[in-house]
Write a protein that binds this ligand. Structure first.
Ligand code: 5SP
Length: 221
């Protein structure tokens, strides 16, 4: 069953609690949290304090923390202590990704790798069995509200095929440019965790309804 993971990057931070509770009311189980450092990506967002706050507001939600940072090995543990259930870091910045995956698992969290749109999925071949998810970025990392990059559907299909052929349970997450006009199709290609920021948080007071409507559309995949 494909699940929606609202990305708080697009929420109104002056109403963080209210908007998260609206998402929960709509049935959300996963919250996507984008951490950016101004180095790996040209934007700075937030750190562990926000993860702690989200954990306090939604004690039972699965907190999916996406580290778009140059040195995830320096702070992955702080994010796990703050309440992260999953840590995704970028394959492009950690040559010894197997080592960091092991550290994350040892610390008791799920470990996932994120890949930028231009990074081919064959680079994941060896590590795939150890991963909880592969986060396929469907826009260039850095900013919410972008348009999906054409051809990302083929990348999902290719990765799904590899996972299936090897009998693995690794999930595929997609992130960036997901909207009403493409979400069902991308879920049908094999994406089972779907991060969406502007689609959900542009709804302001109608977040609950939008979450219900979108979750209903994708649950059959
Ligand atoms: O992570 C990023 C960009 O780095 C974003 O893709 C958001 O997580 C989702 O934003 P929308 O495209 O859904 O507004």
């Amino acid at each position: 069953m494909a699940l929606l993971a609202p990305s708080i990057l697009s929420c109104d931070f002056s109403r963080l609690k209210e908007q998260l509770l609206m998402a929960q009311e709509g049935g959300v189980e996963v919250i996507h949290i984008d951490v950016m450092d101004g180095h790996f990506v040209p934007n700075i967002t937030f750190g562990t304090l926000i993860v702690e706050a989200v954990r306090k507001i939604l004690p039972k939600a699965f907190l999916d923390v996406h580290l778009m940072i140059q040195n995830p090995q320096d702070c992955y543990l702080d994010f796990i202590h703050a309440g992260a259930d999953n840590i995704s870091f970028h394959l492009e910045v950690v040559p010894d990704f197997d080592f960091l995956i092991n550290l994350i698992l040892k610390a008791g969290a799920k470990a996932s790798l994120a890949v930028a749109p231009g990074t081919p999925v064959h680079m994941l071949d060896q590590i795939l069995p150890k991963l909880y998810m592969v986060l396929l970025m469907t826009v260039n990392p850095g900013f919410g509200g972008q348009k999906i990059i054409p051809g990302m559907d083929q990348k999902i299909i290719q990765l799904k095929k590899k996972i299936k052929l090897r009998g693995l349970n690794t999930l595929i997450e997609i992130d960036g440019g997901i909207h009403e006009n493409n979400i069902e199709y991308l879920a049908s290609c094999g994406a089972s965790i779907i991060a969406a920021g502007s689609l959900i948080f542009s709804q302001e007071d109608k977040i609950t309804q939008k979450v219900r409507e979108i979750s209903d559309k994708i649950k059959r995949f």
